[in-house]
Write a protein that binds this ligand. Structure first.
Ligand SMILES: [Zn+2]
Length: 364
């Protein structure tokens, strides 16, 4: 514990300093990372990503940019190929606007393309600071290496907001997003690390840690317009969202559900391959339509989100903290995600079931 905490506080310190040299030094503590269990690695990663120093990772803030640097540093330490326009960073141009809402004026970030209709943008409103963090594991089979499987999670959250008293009555204004979606983000990091150490996949695996999900899937929408493997060759998308706590509705510890399970063959294919993944038990929540997967699904790509969100009351609250995460549970789901991505990259591609695209307005 002591050694891990020390490494953590050192890496937070180096990140805060913004020194690449110092960051390299902390990354070279590799043997300690290799010696950890999966649960320990996840805890170490999430303790940094969801720390107060990341300021809730709101897109357009220094906290989100600090988080992106941390994620890129991690992918680099695993030796994963960078696939952004600036190392791992894929710059997502945005425009900062103030819009009127029923609750008064609110700041919004929109994609540059969406803002072209506004003829009053000043240079100060344009952001070139927000990024997706993108890596790639190249496929090894010449017949299908041009095809891509996307493994994604959104690293942004909602930032600093209204203070809320915690269980002890202490006010907290930092919305850490440990579960949403720090849990999915560090799971994707760990899956990427494991995949990069195994036999190369047949198809190419794109690691997409997206920004701006909470603002309207901005990062994913930008990726779709600027993919590293063409969308027509993208055969599946698997997002990991909120897997930090077990969900009793699907069997609790070590189990997860897949949004839109019945829409494509993916869920059944994975379940038949032994994955602890079942159908989303809460169709009334419309989760299939509420995460980055939906942007891919609307293009006709079988796309789902793996989750074990149990509707806990800490959703989008400052109390979505690291100390409420079950890392042993997450470790089981990381293993399941490794197997799922291997299956998608090496096996038959998932197909839509009859009626599976209902409600997607394909082609619109
Ligand atoms: Zn989320």
């Amino acid at each position: 514990m002591f050694r891990r905490s020390l490494i953590l506080s050192l890496s937070v310190f180096f990140l805060a300093c913004g020194s690449d040299e110092a960051a390299d030094d902390s990354a070279s503590d590799g043997p300690a990372v290799e010696d950890m269990t999966t649960a320990q690695r996840l805890e170490s990663l999430l303790s940094t990503l969801a720390a107060d120093s990341m300021e809730g990772r709101r897109t357009g803030t220094p906290g989100a940019q600090r988080a992106a640097r941390f994620l890129a540093q991690e992918l680099g330490s695993y030796g994963i190929e960078a696939a952004g326009d600036n190392g791992y960073f894929q710059t997502v141009p945005m425009v900062r606007m103030t819009v009127e809402t029923p609750n008064g004026p609110r700041e919004r970030l929109v994609m540059e393309t969406d803002a072209e209709m506004w003829d009053t943008i000043s240079p100060g409103q344009i952001l070139q600071t927000e990024v997706n963090v993108v890596g790639v594991i190249r496929g090894a089979d010449p017949d299908v290496a041009h095809e891509a499987v996307i493994l994604g999670a959104h690293y942004d959250h909602v930032g600093i907001g209204t203070p809320v008293a915690d269980e002890a009555g202490v006010l907290d204004s930092i919305y850490n997003g440990a579960d949403d979606d720090g849990s999915g983000t560090v799971a994707v990091l760990e899956v990427a690390r494991v995949l990069s150490r195994g036999a190369p996949p047949r198809r190419t695996v794109v690691i997409l840690l997206s920004t701006g999900e909470e603002m309207g899937l901005l990062g994913t929408r930008y990726y779709i317009e600027n993919p590293i493997i063409p969308m027509e060759n993208t055969v599946a998308d698997l997002q990991v969202e909120m897997i930090g706590r077990p969900d009793d509705a699907v069997g609790g510890f070590g189990h997860a559900w897949l949004t839109g399970f019945e829409r494509t063959t993916m869920g059944n294919q994975l379940a038949e391959a032994g994955s602890p993944i079942v159908a989303d038990p809460r169709l009334d929540q419309n989760f299939f339509f509420r995460s980055d997967n939906i942007a891919f699904a609307r293009l006709g790509i079988p796309a789902h989100t793996l989750s074990s969100f149990n509707l806990h009351g800490d959703y989008h609250q400052p109390s979505d903290e690291v100390d409420k995460i079950d890392f042993d549970h997450m470790a089981v789901l990381v293993e399941a995600t490794v197997e799922a991505v291997r299956f998608l990259a090496d096996g038959p591609t998932p197909e839509w079931n009859p009626g599976g695209t209902d409600g997607l307005n394909l082609g619109n």
